[in-house]
Design a protein around this ligand. Structure first.
Ligand code: PBG
Length: 324
């Protein structure tokens, strides 16, 4: 046997290629901020910006023209408080962005996903409500569910095609499903960040979304990176609670988790190539240490090969250009 027979030409290699990535598989994250004409660079993520709603609509239209599948929207509110009011405010920043995008013929063709979490909106930067106990502070699970459910309803009403809870509170998928159904939003799907690890690779995002916890860390709600079986339990629970799709995150350091999820469940699976994965590659590109185009596509193919149906990536626009 000579394996090299099928590698002899570009055409032959294309014929036997097992995994592909298409622009429609990609979801492009955007960070919405107040103002007009704002395009503020995020220093730790070259090519990523905080965008005012008008600029974000333009970005969405460009993404649509490149054939990208959808957007994942995050918000930087005008002000933050303990109750994360900005997250479920009818006039919140992501709500405004969604309404504006639904008015654009091009932008509304995209699947508009709204990240559903409190950390960008709380003054303390945690993903749920913080309370004081005898042993110090803790993130209180059940009161957080009410706020998350309110947020999901508000985002869906404003035009989100998908709500994507990323907080990792227990029971949030069930709470969000019940609230959506109660408000006649039974057709809004939930993409649950089912398996989200407490990862150092979210570092640059916390600058982009201004959501770094002001004290402590997220280890009491996000998962320990060492645990594969626990990730499977999270996935099973979220699907039982009504998740329509699941998101796995981070992606490249956790490809084994994506593969295990693919073998276990039949719901659509997304992989999130998170900020740190992006910044790490960008840093190498800037030094000329890695070939930009090849390394970008290779990273995305690895996630599809592991079993992801779609990929949330800050490279979406660049990758879509390379693929067309
Ligand atoms: C909000 C949220 C985070 C990310 C997505 N949603 C930050 C975090 O959990 O700390 C990270 C995305 C990225 O790093 O690109 N909870």
């Amino acid at each position: 046997m000579r394996m090299r027979r099928l590698r002899r030409s570009q055409a032959m290699r294309a014929l036997v290629r097992e995994t592909t990535v298409a622009p429609g598989d990609l979801i492009y994250p955007l960070f919405l901020c107040p103002g007009e004409g704002v395009r503020r660079a995020v220093s730790s993520m070259p090519g990523v910006f905080n965008l005012s709603v008008d600029e974000a609509v333009r970005e969405a239209e460009e993404a649509a023209s490149l054939g990208i599948g959808g957007l994942l929207l995050f918000g930087l509110p005008e002000s933050k408080d303990e109750q994360a009011t900005g997250a479920y405010d009818e006039n919140g920043i992501v709500q405004q962005g969604l309404r504006a995008m639904k008015k654009s013929a091009a932008a509304k063709k995209l699947v508009l996903m709204a990240d559903t979490c409190l950390c960008e909106y709380t003054s303390h930067g945690h993903c749920g409500c913080v309370i004081e106990t005898e042993d110090g502070w803790t993130v209180d699970n059940d009161p957080s569910l009410d706020l998350l459910a309110r947020t999901a309803v508000s985002l869906a009403r404003a035009g989100a095609d998908v709500v994507a809870p990323s907080d990792m509170m227990d029971g949030r998928v069930a709470a969000i499903r019940a609230a959506l159904d109660k408000h006649a939003l039974q057709n809004t799907p939930i993409l649950s960040y089912a398996s989200k690890f407490a990862s150092a690779f979210y570092g640059p995002f916390r600058e982009a979304a201004d959501s770094a916890p002001q004290f402590g860390d997220r280890k009491t709600y996000q998962m320990d990176g060492a645990n594969l079986r626990e990730a499977m339990r999270e996935i099973d629970l979220d699907i039982e609670e009504g998740a329509d799709m699941i998101l796995m995150k981070p992606a490249m350091p956790y490809l084994d988790v994506i593969l295990a999820a693919r073998d276990r469940v039949d719901v659509p699976i997304g992989a999130y190539q998170v900020s740190g994965e992006y910044s790490m590659l960008q840093a190498a590109f800037e030094h000329g240490w890695l070939d930009r185009d090849r390394a970008t596509l290779e990273s995305l193919v690895s996630m599809r090969r592991a079993g992801a149906d779609f990929i949330v990536t800050y490279f979406a626009k660049e990758a879509a250009r390379l693929l067309s």
